[in-house]
Design a binder for this molecule. Structure first.
Ligand code: AP5
Length: 269
């Protein structure tokens, strides 16, 4: 599987004053997807692969915080400095801070190419805020994919992860190594280990997931949006499973719309 360069996602990573280099063409039914799953299950890896196929932009809240962390201290707002402290310890950033940041980037949720949200929403409060925001403009979600994997495998994935400091591409020291050790295949940027991938932070993150994020599974199941996908196997295998489930979902949504349009015509609406 070849992975071309990732779009710059400037408006998402740097905020609304920045402009993306390329804006995807409008699509008839843009994909609007949420990826759920424990830290390290492989959401970012899959979002990156799905972006190549579905063209929808990969919007990760963790990436926004990490992009802010690379700015000088003087450029960070007090709320962002506080948020980075939570992140380093592996704790969730408070809902209000996260929502302010996402709302500020609301244009990205209106993008004609659609979106793949990774790491957001992470609490019921965030999920409700997202729903209200999207409902205002009739932007329904296509699906919510929940990746599942035993905890022992998750810890091994997190411990071996390396991330490119420039383009944020993700590698694993044994499972997905870069061609040249320590350097990114795409942009030659230096690979680093995330601060929150140290054992003490991993434990806190997994606990936060069980407490705050796992209840979202029920929220989206009740909304009829949930797709459960096993995250076992290679990234390519997981990707194939995800795309197959998403295509099925889209087909049934399309059929429902056609049916509703035909009903409206019949009843003269
Ligand atoms: P965030 O960046 O969202 O981290 P996360 O959810 O903890 O998820 P990760 O990025 O750690 O894992 P992933 O599932 O994307 O896995 P990946 O593809 O990298 O958030 C970080 C922090 O920011 C949070 O802890 C919190 O403090 C804060 N934050 C962010 N959003 C927030 C929000 N909404 N509310 C509150 N706080 C928020 O894969 C992991 C590794 O496994 C990689 O090395 C990869 O190469 C490897 N791998 C992937 N797939 C496979 C495979 N199939 N086989 C073998 N290896 C694989």
């Amino acid at each position: 599987m070849t992975v071309p360069n990732k779009p710059s996602r400037a408006a998402w990573l740097q905020g609304p004053s920045a402009r993306c280099e390329t804006v995807p063409n409008g699509q008839f039914l843009p994909w609007r997807i949420v990826l759920l799953g424990a830290p390290g299950v492989g959401k970012g890896t899959q979002a990156d692969l799905l972006n190549q196929r579905l063209l929808a932009c990969h919007l990760s809240t963790g990436d926004v915080f990490r992009a802010a962390a690379t700015q000088g201290e003087g450029e960070q707002t007090p709320a962002m400095k506080e948020a980075l402290g939570y992140m380093r310890r592996g704790e969730l950033v408070p809902d209000a801070t996260v929502w302010d940041m996402v709302r500020e980037r609301g244009e990205c949720l209106h993008c004609a190419g659609g979106f793949i949200l990774d790491g957001f929403p992470r609490t019921l409060t965030q999920a409700v805020s997202l729903k209200q925001f999207l409902d205002q403009d009739g932007l329904g979600l296509t699906a919510v994919v929940n990746y599942e994997l035993p905890a022992s495998e998750i810890v091994a994935r997190l411990g071996g992860r390396r991330t490119c400091e420039k383009c944020k591409a993700v590698y694993h020291i044994t499972e997905r190594p870069s061609k040249v050790e320590g350097h990114c295949d795409r942009c030659d940027g230096v690979l680093f280990q995330r601060e929150d991938d140290k054992p003490e932070s991993i434990k806190v993150r997994l606990e936060a997931y069980d407490r705050s994020t796992a209840p979202l599974i029920e929220f989206y199941r009740k909304a009829g949006l949930l797709l459960q996908v096993s995250a076992a196997g290679t990234p390519a295998e997981i990707y194939d499973r995800t795309v197959a489930d998403l295509e099925m979902r889209r087909l049934s949504q399309f059929a429902e719309r056609m049916w509703a349009a035909a009903e409206n015509r019949r009843s003269g609406l």
